[in-house]
Design a protein around this ligand. Sequence first.
Ligand SMILES: [Zn+2]
Length: 202
Amino acid sequence: MYRRYLLKRSLLPKRSVQGTTTPFFLASNQFSSAKHSPTPSFSTLQDEIDEANDRYFGELRIEKVPFGYGLVASRDFRKGDKVMTSKAIEERPRDSHTIQTSDNTHVLIDLPSRFVNHACDPNLGVRDNDFQAYDFYALNDIHQGEDLSFDYESTEYEIEGFEKCLCGKERCRKKLGGFKKHGDIVKKLYGQHLAKYLNTHQ
Ligand SMILES: [Zn+2]
């Protein structure tokens, strides 16, 4: 059983953390080739991570996990708190690292947000911001040390290849397809914490 689990996990993207999977890799069908690299203004990924961790010191932290990176709360947050802001660094065709911001727009966002993992019952929700990206809000009280996550179906219209979510949450939707597939559920779950462009979709 454990072996099978490991086998499955080995197919998962690098950003997986503790049973959480990310569609950004899977959506691009680049199961194994996706590799983290720094954005243009940094010479190494570690430099970029260090800068983000300094900026969010005492708030949250990027941590290395067995299958990549994840974000962990460095303090308690209360429901409704803005936990972090992301900025679009560049627009690019959908790939393993992008997040969707309109019907035709996929952007690479900065750290730490770029490393937030997916869960079907997450503790963060998104709202469009002025940086062509999203702010992330606490959907419930969050305790220091908790893994941070948001629901990828609240930003991605279409997700391909996400056959088996391993977020482990009770309300896990197992096979994700994006807003296109689970729009009704996602709208009900997140209300205003939804990519604005998705409101134009049924
Ligand atoms: Zn799930």
